[in-house]
Design a protein around this ligand. Sequence first.
Ligand SMILES: [Fe+2]
Length: 280
Amino acid sequence: MSPGANLDRSKVGVETDLPYRIIQITDSHLGASRDQALLGINSYQSLELVVQLVEQERGQNFDRILGSGDISFDGSEQSYRNYLGLMERFERPISWIPGNHDCPEMMDSIIDAPLLQQSKLVKLPNWQLILLNSKISGATGGLLQEHELQLLENALQQANGKHSLVCLHHQPVPVGSQWLDPQQLSNAAHFFEIIDRYPGTRLVLWGHIHQLFDATREHIRLLSTPSTCHQFEPQQRKFKIGQQLPGYRWIDLYPNGTVDTGVSRIKSSPFEIDYQSNGY
Ligand SMILES: [Fe+2]
């Protein structure tokens, strides 16, 4: 079935084999100002181009938006309002987790956005979404604190036959760039030790590395997704901005545990990107 095929979303999970469809949006790096430019890219306009791409390719033919961190670059309330203003166009539930640039307290304080669901455990008919916070205050790299590991373990223990998607901001495996790999989840061994104790995890999903990553670890798919803003060139020793275009990931979760997924990118960028930058 093609990704954009028109399905009756009301029947998802109800005695059918229709997939539950997620759109992953990651690393938008929005500011309080919609004019904020990072390395030559207006992050708000770049996200808006990706949103328009989702509209063209998907319409409303999906079930949830999942933001996998670095939604904001400055942690301001307005940056999150800017994000929600764009996402609310889809009229679908919105889930999000914090990244290293985010302010988790500010995110949690937003309680008046009608489509925003702050729950860290989303139970669906055949699947559950386990949404973890890997941000450490003041650091770029990731760590799952004890209560996050406990959330993961409790959810897997009580899965009751449901398949699990686990989402966090930081990569739990090396991705082959010497400057990014030290930012990996520092307690990844503990993370996978918990996951391996239970049978139901099908997919681990993250952001942070601003590039596509797709691998498997036994029966688990490991995926990351391009940023909606600037890209990092894969397999680099030092920080290097990539020429790949911003995009999003679609994920179809089938009742039998099968995952179908892909990444789609905008076709051209209107921005003059600073490819020589050493960082931001
Ligand atoms: Fe980021």
